[in-house]
Design a protein around this ligand. Structure first.
Ligand SMILES: Nc1ncnc2c1ncn2[C@@H]1O[C@H](COP(=O)(O)OP(=O)(O)OP(=O)(O)O)[C@@H](O)[C@H]1O
Ligand SMILES: [Mg+2]
Length: 370
């Protein structure tokens, strides 16, 4: 054999990434190139050709290969990674057996690579589209808050006037108005009071949502704040013969918080406890310092909240099946505002509740707040 051909064969045997196998008439491998053994992860000479391929191809017909002349087929081989690999095999019958050449289809690989590039481009376009939509949504949400803010703000004054005038007539002309007219005026006053409260809450939501919650952090003695708040709410609670108890087992340190906002939190939690409880029950307000935080809880012996509705109670206007026990008004905004105030203070809020037994709302406030 001439030198050039020997060099080529040596290259194919030792260096190329092409599989080259010599197989005898019985299907036994008599010679394998380095690359084939590297892929198989074992010596191949002396083994059966069928073992080199996966079970799927184990039905290989050696006789057909010997008689059919040069044929090409796609076959899967067992690799050292235990993952089958698909290659294109050309079988060339010779006098002593078969030469099998296996190679990767580069055109197919290139097509796959191109599909990957296309898919990646599609993904990038989709991501860009999504980012654009997010920005639009954010702008729309801001606009919605603006409209809501303007509407709530501009409705506040006329409704406050109606409230003031009905109050004025009810108080100053008490002797002149008869029973029916008085009832109507009282309805006007109550409705306008309700609307005014709703507008205040809507304004709160808008302010908090647009990041304008603006906390005015000062040193707050929680015990004083709680005591004052309970005293105020006890008057409403007394109408339902509900007692409010304050339980502070150990003195709690002063915290850095916005007292007006924390009052709002306590008003909402205690008024809920009153609103959703029956007569002759007790509400317990508890405070405790863990060193880093103050934990406050408001526990009632009311109706409790069904388990499947617990995750909705902090969502604005969520419809919850629990109703007030004495026909008190409900707008469904209180707890969503409470939650935002607490989060604004870097605190946490959660609830434990059992139907028929009562609810316990917890919140924490860090003692030091930046
Ligand atoms: N202590 C409680 N016991 C039982 N159910 C409660 C309690 N607190 C809240 N809920 C339920 O969660 C809902 C949401 O409470 P939230 O305070 O947000 O709104 P609201 O009391 O209906 O109206 P608002 O507080 O705005 O006047 C209530 O409608 C009620 O169904
Ligand atoms: Mg409420």
């Amino acid at each position: 054999m001439d030198v050039e051909l020997n060099k080529l064969i040596e290259y194919l045997d030792n260096e190329s990434s092409i599989i080259k196998l010599m197989v005898d008439h019985n299907g036994t491998i008599t010679h394998a190139c380095k690359y084939a053994e590297k892929l198989a992860g074992k010596k191949l000479s002396g083994t059966s050709l069928k073992d080199f391929f996966t079970d799927f191809n184990a039905q290989l017909d050696i006789n057909q290969m010997l008689t059919k002349g040069v044929t090409k087929q796609m076959l899967n081989i067992n690799t050292y990674r235990n993952l089958p690999e698909t290659l294109y095999f050309t079988s060339i019958p010779t006098q002593t057996g078969i030469i099998l050449i296996g190679e990767v289809n580069n055109i197919e690989l290139e097509e796959l690579r191109q599909s990957m590039i296309n898919l990646n481009n599609d993904l990038n376009n989709l991501t860009r589209e999504l980012q654009k939509k997010n920005i639009q949504l954010d702008q729309l949400n801001k606009l919605k808050n603006q409209f809501l803010g303007i509407a709530a703000h501009d409705l506040r004054n006329p409704i406050a006037s109606i409230l003031m005038f009905s109050d004025f007539v009810l108080e100053s002309k008490e002797d002149e108005i008869n029973g029916e007219l008085k009832q109507i005026l009282e309805m006007i006053r109550n409705s306008s009071q309700f609307m005014l409260n709703l507008l205040e809450e809507l304004l709160d939501v808008v302010k908090i949502e647009s990041g304008k919650i603006g906390l005015n952090l000062v040193k707050v003695e929680m015990e004083d704040l709680l005591r004052k708040n309970i005293k105020m709410n006890s008057i409403i609670a007394a109408n339902k013969e509900i007692d409010i108890i304050l339980n502070i087992p150990q003195p709690v340190p002063p915290i850095s918080a916005d007292p007006v906002k924390i009052e709002q939190v306590m008003n909402n939690l205690i008024s809920n406890a009153i609103k959703y409880s029956h007569k002759n029950t007790t509400i317990t307000v508890y405070a405790f310092s863990t060193g880093d935080e103050i934990l406050v809880s408001v526990q009632d012996q009311g109706q409790g909240i069904p388990k499947n509705e617990l995750d909705k109670i902090f969502v604005p206007f969520a419809k919850i099946s629990v109703q007030a026990t004495s026909g008190e008004k409900s707008t469904g905004l209180g707890l969503s505002i409470v939650r935002r105030i607490i989060i604004g203070h870097q605190g946490r809020i959660w609830v434990e509740s059992e139907q028929g037994k009562g609810s316990k709302f917890y919140f924490t406030l860090p003692i030091k707040n930046n």
